[in-house]
Design a protein around this ligand. Structure first.
Ligand code: ADP
Ligand code: MG
Ligand code: ZN
Length: 469
C-alpha cells in the first residue's frame, strides 16, 4: 500500500442539446458540412453582438438542480481572453465570478459523495482538423452552448473518478440537457491531479490533463499520472504546475505547457451582455419539471423491490432502462427476478448507448412471473427472452404451452429419470462415488438432456442427494 494518495478534481464540459447556439440562432446539430452553421455572431465578425439564448440558462439550471446545486440569484457573463485559431473572437464568453449554479454534490456510492463546486455556462470553440499537409478550420461548433461542471478535489482514485463521471452522465441524461456522447465530444473531461501523503490535509501541486474522451482513458491517465508524481517526489523532485497531454497510444502523459492562471486570461465582465436576475419562480418551475432522479429511484428499488444497491445503480444508470424496469416491475409479483433478467440477459442484447429494446417490458414481466411461480426454469427463461427478442410474437404463456416448456417439479418423475441414468452410466456413478465431484455435473446433465432441459434444478439436486449420496 502506497503512503501517498491521489487528490483529483474533474472539470466536465457538457454540450447542451438546445436547438440553437448560445448567442445566435445558428443550429447546433452535429455532423453538418464544415462552416455551414455559422453567422457573423458566432464567427466573431466585428460589430456583431451576442444575445443570450434563454433556453441555455434553463438547461443549465436543470443540470444544477439535478446535481443538488444552489442557483444564483443574480449572475453575469465574463470574457476570458486567449488566442487560438479555433476561437475567431480571441475571447470566450464564459462565467468567472458568478457562476449560475454552485455548491452541489452527487453520490457515487452508499458511502461517498463528491462536491460540485460550480456549474457555469459558456460557448464552445470551433474545431481544428489536422491532416498531413494542412490544418483546416470548422467553425460550426463555435458558440455551441456548454456547461462546465467543476468538482471539488474529493476524488481519490481512478475508480472513484469513473463512478463520478458515470453518475454525472446519468444525471445529465435524466435532466435531458445533453445526449452526453463522448465520441461526438458532447461530454468531455479535464483531470486535475495532485498527490500527498495520506493523512495530510493541505493540497499538493497539481497538473491538469485536458480533453480526455473516454472513461477508461480517464482512469489510465489518473493511474499513470499518480505513479509519475509519486516517483518525482520520492526522487526528491518537485511537481511543476502544468498542463499535460494524455496519449492514448502509450497510456502516458506528456508536458504541453506550464499551467495558465486566471490572471493570464484577463477576465472581465462581458461588455456586450447585461448581467441578469434569475427569478425564483422560474427556478421552482424547472425544479417541478425534473423527473424522479436516480437516487430516489434506487431507494425505491432497494426498499420496495428488494434489489441490491449495486444492481439498482446499474438499472438507474439510463433513464430508458429505469423506465423499462419500472414498467415490468409494475406487472409482476417478482420484480427482483425481472431485474436479474434485465441485468443478466437483456443488457447483453441492447447496445451501450440508447435503449433499443428488442422485447417489451410486459413480455419480460410475464417471463419473470412464470419463473417466480416455478413454472419454468432459468434456462427456459433465457430461451424465451432470446426467442422473443429474435422476433417471436406469441406471448410467453402461449409459448410455454405450445412448446411444452413447463418445468418438471415432480420429484418422483425426476427420481425415475435419475434411476435410468444410474443404470445406463455405471462409470459416471462409480467416478462420483470415488470422489470425482465433477461427475455430478455430468450426471445432472444427462438428466437434463432426458427431460429436454425442463427439470427443476433445485428439486433435481435434492433427489440426487437423496439417492446417490
Ligand atoms: P482552473 O480553472 O485553473 O483549472 P480551478 O481552481 O477552477 O482551476 O480548479 C479546477 C479543478 O481542479 C477543480 O476540479 C478542483 O477541484 C481541482 N483542483 C484544484 N486544486 C487541486 C489540487 N491541488 N489537486 C487536485 N485537484 C485540484
Ligand atoms: Mg482547469
Ligand atoms: Zn451563429
Amino acid at each position: 500500500m502506497s503512503v501517498y494518495e491521489a487528490v483529483i478534481g474533474l472539470e466536465v464540459h457538457v454540450e447542451l442539446a438546445t436547438e440553437s447556439k448560445i448567442f445566435c440562432s445558428c443550429p447546433t446539430s452535429f455532423g453538418a458540412p464544415p462552416n455551414t452553421h455559422v453567422c457573423p455572431v458566432c464567427m466573431g465578425l466585428p460589430g456583431a453582438l451576442p444575445v443570450l439564448n434563454r433556453k441555455v440558462v434553463e438547461y443549465a439550471i436543470r443540470a444544477g438542480l439535478a446535481t443538488g446545486c444552489k442557483i444564483a440569484e443574480r449572475t453575469r457573463l465574463d470574457r476570458k481572453n486567449y488566442f487560438y485559431p479555433d476561437l475567431p473572437k480571441a475571447y470566450q464568453i464564459s462565467q468567472y465570478e458568478y457562476p449560475l449554479c454552485f455548491d452541489g454534490s452527487i453520490s457515487i456510492s452508499e458511502e461517498k459523495s463528491i462536491g460540485i463546486t460550480r456549474i457555469h455556462i459558456e460557448e464552445d470553440a470551433g474545431k481544428l482538423i489536422h491532416d498531413k499537409t494542412q490544418t483546416l478550420l470548422d467553425f460550426n461548433r463555435c458558440g455551441v452552448p456548454l456547461i462546465e461542471i467543476v468538482s471539488e478535489p474529493d476524488i481519490r482514485s481512478a475508480d472513484e473518478a469513473k463512478a463520478y463521471l458515470s453518475e454525472l452522465r446519468t444525471l445529465m441524461l435524466y435532466a435531458s440537457v445533453s445526449d452526453c456522447k463522448m465520441n461526438e465530444g458532447s461530454f468531455r473531461c479535464d483531470v486535475n491531479l495532485s498527490v500527498r501523503k495520506k493523512g495530510e490535509t493541505a493540497l499538493g501541486v497539481r497538473t491538469e490533463m485536458k480533453n480526455i474522451n473516454s472513461f477508461s482513458f480517464v482512469a489510465k491517465a489518473i493511474e499513470y499520472e499518480f505513479a509519475r508524481q509519486v516517483s518525482v517526489i520520492e526522487a526528491g523532485g518537485e511537481i511543476i504546475p502544468e498542463t499535460r497531454r494524455f496519449d492514448a497510444s502509450d497510456g502516458k502523459t506528456y508536458t504541453m505547457r506550464s499551467k495558465e492562471s486566471a490572471e493570464d486570461y484577463r477576465f472581465f465582465p462581458e461588455p456586450d451582455l447585461l448581467g441578469f436576475e434569475v427569478d425564483r419562480q422560474t427556478v421552482e418551475r424547472i425544479r417541478g419539471e425534473l423527473p424522479v432522479l436516480p437516487e430516489e429511484r434506487r431507494k425505491m428499488y432497494v426498499g420496495n423491490y428488494g434489489l441490491v444497491s449495486t444492481d439498482a445503480r446499474i438499472i438507474t444508470s439510463r433513464p430508458e432502462l429505469a423506465a423499462f424496469f419500472e414498467r415490468a416491475a409494475s406487472r409482476t409479483k417478482y420484480p427482483k427476478i425481472a431485474a436479474n433478467m434485465i441485468l443478466c440477459d437483456l443488457l447483453a442484447l441492447v447496445g451501450a448507448e440508447g435503449f433499443d429494446c428488442p422485447i417489451t417490458a410486459e413480455a419480460l414481466a410475464d417471463i419473470a412471473t412464470l419463473s417466480g411461480e416455478n413454472r419454468i426454469n432459468s434456462s427456459t427463461a433465457k430461451k424465451l427472452i432470446k426467442q422473443i427478442a429474435d422476433g417471436e410474437t406469441r406471448s410467453p404463456e402461449m409459448l410455454v404451452r405450445a412448446l411444452s416448456l413447463e418445468q418438471i417439479n415432480d420429484s418422483e418423475q425426476l427420481e425415475r429419470v435419475l434411476r435410468e441414468v444410474i443404470e445406463q452410466e455405471p462409470k459416471l456413478i462409480a467416478d462420483y462415488k470415488n470422489g470425482k465431484t465433477a461427475a455430478k455435473k455430468a450426471i445432472v446433465g444427462k438428466v437434463m438432456a432426458k427431460t429436454a432441459g425442463l427439470a427443476n434444478p433445485i428439486i433435481l439436486n435434492e433427489v440426487f442427494n437423496k439417492i446417490i449420496n
